[in-house]
Design a protein around this ligand. Structure first.
Ligand SMILES: Nc1ncnc2c1ncn2[C@@H]1O[C@H](COP(=O)(O)OP(=O)(O)OP(=O)(O)O)[C@@H](O)[C@H]1O
Ligand SMILES: [Mg+2]
Length: 269
């Protein structure tokens, strides 16, 4: 069997403006099927705008994008069947129990045996014990897990997670990360947006940085770290963190990776 799968997501020269505000100015990237791709960017960089375009909620001005092989503008219904979107703000109904929330989504999607689907997802997200409690009583992490579980009803091959851990405490973030990793291990393609560099570092197979309307870097964590030399302090090598790389790339003061070579000044390679 050959494993030359088409990219699950392909974005070419996408632009989007809101009146005079040119948010996306030629965005290009591909996401391999079954991988986790992190889109990093500051507030207002255009991450949500891009996710909305890829999930057919918004039309690009120019450029093309395909998701699961379907063009977002000419085959939006096929794209919608292929994806789920967990937005920046949770879609959980607080008055319903966790189980009822899941059953509701399964019914809305006309799936067979909604109760069995709900129970399977509750178990997968360690929510079985809390399943019959109102979602309004859940902790932030539980609520976010339920939100992601709801988006997985029907097992879409491509999942968009827009800032999945914003506002969560460290423990809850780790729970969500585990969930995301398990999903990818099961073959789901995941595009997540985040402002948390450690989140991208923890989760992503590839990381792209969206800045001033374009993807200014796109690579594995190791590739991005190579943009900055390791700084040597006495006998200890300090590898640059993704945060160092990010700030060197988008920072207004020390603007480029080239300039970022060592205040300490010592060569290591
Ligand atoms: N419907 C709209 N009308 C006008 N401006 C918009 C609209 N949607 C987004 N914008 C603007 O486009 C820019 C990008 O917004 P977007 O929400 O995509 O950023 P983001 O990277 O998701 O930011 P955050 O990290 O804060 O979620 C912002 O300046 C925002 O105000
Ligand atoms: Mg956003």
């Amino acid at each position: 069997m050959t494993t030359t799968r088409e990219p699950a997501i392909k974005v070419q020269a996408v632009t989007k403006s809101f009146k005079d505000l040119h948010v996306l100015q030629g965005v290009e990237f591909e996401v391999a099927a079954g991988s986790i791709f992190a889109l990093l960017g500051s507030n207002g960089a255009g991450k949500t705008t891009l996710v909305r375009i890829l999930s057919t909620l918004l039309k690009a001005d120019t450029g093309t994008a395909t998701v699961n092989g379907f063009d977002v503008s000419s085959a939006p219904a096929d794209v919608r069947k292929s994806i789920s979107l967990t937005g920046q703000f949770a879609a959980v109904d607080e008055v319903l129990t966790g189980r009822e929330n899941l059953i509701l989504v399964a019914k809305l999607r006309h799936l067979k045996d909604p109760a069995a689907i709900a129970d399977e997802l509750l178990a997968r997200f360690s929510l079985t014990d809390a399943g019959n409690r109102k979602a309004g009583t859940y902790s932030g992490g539980m609520r976010r897990r339920l939100d992601i579980a709801m988006s997985l009803v029907g097992s879409p091959p491509v999942v968009f997670l827009d800032e999945p851990t914003t506002g969560l405490d460290p423990q809850a973030r780790i729970e969500v990360w585990e969930t995301v990793k398990q999903l990818a291990e099961g073959g789901t393609t995941i595009l997540l947006t985040t402002q948390y560099l450690d989140e991208a570092e923890q989760l992503a197979d590839r990381i792209a940085i969206l800045h001033k309307g374009t993807i200014i870097q796109n690579g594995t964590l190791a590739e991005l770290k190579q943009l900055l030399p390791a700084a040597k302090v006495e006998y200890i090598e300090k590898q640059p963190s993704l945060e160092d790389v990010f700030l060197a790339l988008v920072g207004e003061t020390n603007a480029t990776a080239d300039q970022a070579t060592t205040p300490a000044g010592e060569e290591t390679r």
